[in-house]
Design a binder for this molecule. Structure first.
Ligand code: AMP
Length: 591
C-alpha cells in the first residue's frame, strides 16, 4: 500500500473486544489485524503508571497479577457517573480508558498498513442514549482521532449485510450477542436494496461475559466442594481473574467440543474440573432465555408496527402481538421475518442457533460474527468522508469559505485529499443507484419527553419522540404547541427526559423509579405579561448520532432558545475537558 493513499476507518468499540476495519483498494471491507496478529483486541486496559498503558491480550493477562490497575468492560460505564477508578491516585474517566483502547487499535492499524489512521466512524449499541453516544465521541477525540460519525451497531451490521445481499425484498432479524450486551433488530430490505430499521430491543447486561460468570461460579463451587477446608477469603483477586480467563477459554472450547477440562491452583490446592457442553448449557439456560424474551418483544413490536401502519403503537396492540408471539412463536416469526442474521462473537455458541431454530423455525445466516460491525462502520466512514470532501470542494468552488476563520480553515484542511477508493467500488453498492447514506434508514432508539402540566393540574411527561419512530433523512424533528400554565409567567422551564417508555404520556413517578433519565433543562425567558395558555412551540430534533437538540419559541413575541441536551447531562465532559484530556493523552505511551 502506498502511504499516499488516503484511507478511513470503522471501529467497533466493544465491551469485551474491539475491532478496526477499512475499505481496501478493491472496495472490500477488511479487518486490520493488531500487532499480535489478531483480528480483535481485548478491550482491557492496564495502567502501568502515569505515562504507560497497555491494551489488549497482554493487559488481559496482567489483570491476573494486578487487577486493581486494570479495567475491563469500561463500555458499561460510558456516559454514566458510576466509574470509580484511580490507579495512581488520580481519577480516570471511562472516556479516557476507552481512548486508550482506540489509540492501541488505531496505532496498530497504522503500523500494519503503513498509513495514517485519523478519520474514523465509531459504533455504539442501539440502547446507548445521548450521554453514552457523546462519551464515545469524546473518547475518539481524546485519542486524537477525527470522529466523522458515531453509528449504531445494528446500522453497521445492516451495511455489512447489504454488501452481500442480492436481490429480493425481505425482512431480516439481526440477533447480536456480543461480549457484554445483546441487541436484536428487525429490518426491512426493500427492492432498491435499502435497509429500513423497523425496531430494536435488547438487554444492556447480557453478553458473553455473563456466560463466563456462570462458568466461574460453577468452577468455584466445584473447587470448593473438592476442598472443603477452603474459605471464601482464600480466593485472592488474582485467583479470581485467572478463573475468569480460564472460564472464557473453556466456554470457547465448548463451541467446538462436547467437553473440556479446567485445571485450577488456588491457595496451594489443586483440582481438575471437567465441564461438558450439557452442563454448560444448563448453567446458562436462563441467560439464553432472556435473549429470547427480548427477541419475542422485537418480533411483537414489528408485528404491532405493521398493524399500526406507521402510527405510534398503542400498548394494547403491542401486548396483543406479544401474546400472539408467545402462543405460537414459529407462526408469528415466520409471518413477519424471512431470516435471522447472527452477529457478535457469542453467537458461536451452538446453544444460540439451536434455541433460535426451536423457537422460531427460521433459517439463520452467520454474518462475520466478530467483524460485521467494524466492516459496516468502515463503509459508513468512507461514505461520511466522501460527503465531507464533496461539501468542502463545493464551498471552495462557490467562494463561500471564510478562510480567515481558523476553525473553518482547520476543518477544510481535513478534507483536502479524496479517499483512495470510492463507495461505488464496494460490492452491493457497485451497480447500485443507492448511495450508502441512503442505504439504511434508522429508527429512534430511545423516547424523548418533556414535563407538562395537563389541564393546569396534573404534572406528566409527554413523549415528543417515541422509540422506534422512523428517522427520515437521518433525523427526526417534532414541533408541538403548548400553552403557558399561568398568567404572567416570567419563564417556561423545559425539563427533558430520555427513556425506553413507548407510550405518549408517562407518570413522573417513572423518573423516580429510574425508568426515565433527566437529560437536562432549558429555560425560555418570557416577558412576564402573557395571559395563561399563551402559545409556546417546543421542537425536539434527534440526530442520527443520538444527540437531542431542543428549541422553544414564545409565539406571541418571537423569543427563542435553543439547547443541545448533550451539554447538560450530568456526567458529560465539557469541550475544555476533552481538549485537556487530549493533551494529557499525548504524553501517555499506549502499547
Ligand atoms: P464481540 O463483542 O462480538 O467480539 O463478542 C465477544 C464475545 O464473544 C466474548 O464474550 C467472547 O468470549 C465470545 N466468543 C468469541 N468466540 C467465541 C466462541 N467460539 N464461542 C463462544 N463464545 C465466543
Amino acid at each position: 500500500m502506498s502511504a499516499d493513499n488516503k484511507f478511513v476507518f470503522g471501529i467497533d468499540l466493544g465491551t469485551t473486544y474491539s475491532c478496526i476495519a477499512y475499505v481496501d483498494e478493491n472496495g472490500m471491507p477488511t479487518v486490520v489485524k493488531n500487532m499480535e496478529g489478531d483480528n480483535t483486541t481485548p478491550s482491557v486496559v492496564f495502567f502501568e503508571d502515569e505515562n504507560n498503558v497497555t491494551v489488549g491480550n497482554v493487559a488481559k493477562e496482567t489483570a491476573v497479577i494486578e487487577p486493581q490497575k486494570t479495567v475491563s468492560f469500561v463500555k458499561e460505564h460510558m456516559g454514566k457517573d458510576d466509574f470509580d477508578f484511580a490507579p495512581y491516585g488520580q481519577k480516570i474517566s471511562p472516556e479516557e480508558v476507552s481512548s486508550h483502547i482506540l489509540k492501541k487499535i488505531t496505532k496498530d492499524a497504522s503500523e500494519q498498513l503503513g498509513t495514517e489512521v485519523r478519520d474514523v466512524v465509531i459504533t455504539c449499541p442501539a440502547y446507548f442514549g445521548t450521554a453514552e453516544c457523546l462519551a464515545t465521541k469524546h473518547a475518539g477525540e481524546i485519542a486524537g482521532l477525527n470522529v466523522l460519525a458515531i453509528i449504531r451497531e445494528p446500522a453497521a451490521a445492516a451495511l455489512s449485510y447489504l454488501t452481500r445481499h442480492q436481490g429480493s425484498e425481505k425482512t431480516v432479524m439481526v440477533y447480536d450477542l456480543g461480549g457484554g450486551t445483546f441487541d436484536v433488530t428487525v429490518m426491512k430490505i426493500g427492492s432498491d436494496g435499502a435497509a429500513e430499521i423497523v425496531c430494536y430491543d435488547g438487554d444492556q447486561a447480557l453478553g458473553g461475559q455473563h456466560w463466563d460468570t456462570a462458568v466461574v461460579d460453577y468452577l468455584k463451587d466445584t473447587f470448593q466442594e473438592q476442598h472443603s477446608d477452603m474459605q471464601e477469603d482464600d480466593w485472592m483477586p488474582e485467583d479470581l481473574q485467572d478463573l475468569r480467563i480460564k472460564a472464557e477459554k473453556a466456554k470457547i472450547e465448548l463451541s467446538n467440543r462436547m467437553q473440556t477440562k479446567v485445571t485450577l491452583n488456588v491457595a496451594g490446592r489443586r483440582a481438575q474440573i471437567e465441564l461438558t457442553r450439557e452442563i454448560f448449557d444448563s448453567l446458562t439456560q436462563s441467560l439464553l432465555s432472556r435473549s429470547l424474551d427480548c427477541t419475542d418483544r422485537a418480533l411483537a413490536m414489528a408485528i404491532a408496527k405493521q398493524k399500526s401502519a406507521g402510527e405510534s403503537v398503542e400498548d394494547a396492540v403491542f401486548n396483543q402481538a406479544l401474546e400472539q408471539v408467545q402462543n405460537d412463536s414459529q407462526a408469528a416469526a415466520k409471518g413477519i421475518v424471512d431470516e435471522i442474521l447472527l452477529v457478535g462473537g457469542s453467537t458461536r455458541m451452538p446453544q444460540v442457533a439451536a434455541a433460535l431454530t426451536e423457537r422460531y423455525g427460521l433459517e439463520q445466516q452467520i454474518l462475520d460474527p466478530d467483524e460485521a460491525v467494524a466492516k459496516g462502520a468502515a463503509i459508513s466512514a468512507l461514505a461520511e468522508y466522501e460527503g465531507r470532501v464533496e461539501h468542502w470542494q463545493e464551498q471552495q468552488k462557490n467562494g463561500s469559505l471564510d478562510m480567515q476563520d481558523e476553525e473553518t480553515k482547520e476543518e477544510a484542511a481535513k478534507y483536502q485529499t479524496a479517499a483512495a477508493v470510492k463507495t461505488t467500488s464496494i460490492p452491493g453498492f457497485r451497480n447500485n443507484k443507492l448511495s450508502i447514506r441512503q442505504a439504511v434508514t434508522m429508527a429512534a432508539t430511545k423516547s424523548y419527553a418533556l414535563q407538562v402540566v395537563v389541564n393546569h393540574e396534573e404534572v406528566k411527561c409527554q413523549n415528543l419522540i417515541i422509540k422506534n419512530a422512523k428517522m427520515k433523512n437521518g433525523e427526526i424533528v417534532v414541533t408541538q404547541r403548548f400553552g403557558t400554565d399561568e398568567a404572567d409567567q416570567v419563564n417556561a422551564q423545559i425539563l427533558v427526559y430520555e427513556s425506553d417508555l413507548a407510550s405518549e404520556y408517562f407518570e413522573v413517578s417513572e423518573i423516580d423509579n429510574g425508568n426515565a433519565d433527566e437529560l437536562g433543562t432549558a429555560t425560555l425567558e418570557l416577558p412576564g405579561n402573557l395571559p395563561a395558555d399563551s402559545p409556546l412551540d417546543v421542537t425536539f430534533k434527534l440526530t442520527q448520532e443520538g444527540i437531542l437538540e431542543v428549541s422553544a419559541k414564545d409565539v406571541t413575541n418571537g423569543g427563542e432558545i435553543s439547547v443541545t441536551m448533550q451539554a447538560t447531562a450530568g456526567s458529560m465532559l465539557s469541550a475544555a475537558e476533552v481538549k485537556a484530556l487530549k493533551e494529557k493523552s499525548k504524553r501517555i505511551a499506549v502499547v
